[in-house]
Design a protein. Structure first.
Length: 303
């Protein structure tokens, strides 16, 4: 896939750039969790939100993608895989999850388990065996995630388990995207082409012709919020920042820094959506965050 004419990031890793990109991701993802939960609770359908995500970002990305022509340096297989893990299947599972579980659960089960999934996929895809530090972190993560299953709604979790499983499935898609960035070193134009334009070409016509919409019933401020947050930040900014972070500090450290999302996402859900935080919910954050950091940060090499 490499080519001298390919539009790409700098090839020299820079820890400061990678860490900065990951910290910005925490801010974007935390706000996005709350915005998405608010969106699915409004008159908008899941399909409307997906149409915003792919349609708006696809239109904005089109001029640059046509200039860069990223498809010249990708196989059909790679294009299809990158489009799937960032596109329609990923979003269907993710946005549907918000119908069954609160934003705080999304922060935990979508972002909180990323280091554990990175460890698992790293073992099977790159033959990287987890060390004791990573295993301890994984145990803490599983414990914290278990507390979170009860932490927002008390011990009566009702149907939130289904939403939690959907968040885990979405997290799996996202980890595959991290692995693809590590293996393929995706450029900006390739990310926008696969994540936005290909998915827009597939999904937007189907949405326009066949799927239900609630756009006419949505207040203007909510509509603009969803169009801006869904249409610009996740695909145009977020996926690119993830690629920058992975390229400079690796998928494990990127996942470690994203440990801020469960805490900040739960806090924003409490402030803006009125989602209750019980003592179990708070305990889950206190257990989960150090577990994520322990599992993700590389251990010191032996002299």
């Amino acid at each position: 896939m490499a080519s001298s004419s390919r539009v790409s990031f700098s090839s020299a890793p820079n820890a400061a750039i990678g860490i900065s990109a990951a910290l910005i991701i925490v801010i974007i993802w935390s706000g996005w969790l709350v915005a998405s939960r608010a969106g699915v609770q409004s008159e908008l359908t899941v399909y409307d939100i997906m149409a915003f995500r792919f349609g708006i970002s696809g239109l904005l990305a089109l001029p640059y993608v046509l200039y860069a022509k990223p498809w010249r340096h990708m196989t059909i297989r790679n294009m299809a895989l990158a489009a799937v893990v960032t596109g329609v299947p990923y979003c269907l599972v993710l946005f549907a999850a918000f119908n069954y579980a609160p934003a705080a659960h999304g922060a935990v089960f979508m972002n909180g388990i990323l280091p554990t999934l990175v460890m698992i996929f790293g073992y099977f895809l790159f033959k990287e065996k987890p060390n004791r530090q990573q295993i301890i972190g994984a145990i803490l993560i599983i414990t914290g995630a278990s507390c979170a299953a009860f932490g927002v709604s008390g011990f009566d979790i009702g149907s939130t388990w289904l939403g939690d499983l959907m968040f885990v499935a979405a997290a799996t898609f996202f980890v595959l995207y991290l692995m693809m960035n590590r293996a393929w070193r995706l450029s900006v134009s390739q990310i926008w082409f696969c994540g936005s334009i290909l998915n827009a070409l597939v999904f937007v016509p189907v949405w326009w012709l066949f799927l239900p919409t609630g756009i006419p019933e949505v207040p203007t401020d909510q509509l603009l919020l969803q169009m801006g947050y869904q249409g610009i930040l996740p695909n145009m900014v977020g996926l690119v920042l993830v690629s920058i972070a992975v390229r400079n500090v690796g998928p494990s450290v990127t996942a470690a820094i994203m440990s801020g999302v469960p805490a900040s996402g739960a806090l924003l859900g409490y402030i803006f959506l009125g989602e209750e935080l019980t003592w179990l919910g708070i305990m889950s954050l206190l257990i989960l965050t150090p577990g994520i950091i322990i599992a993700s940060l590389p251990s010191r090499a032996k002299p």
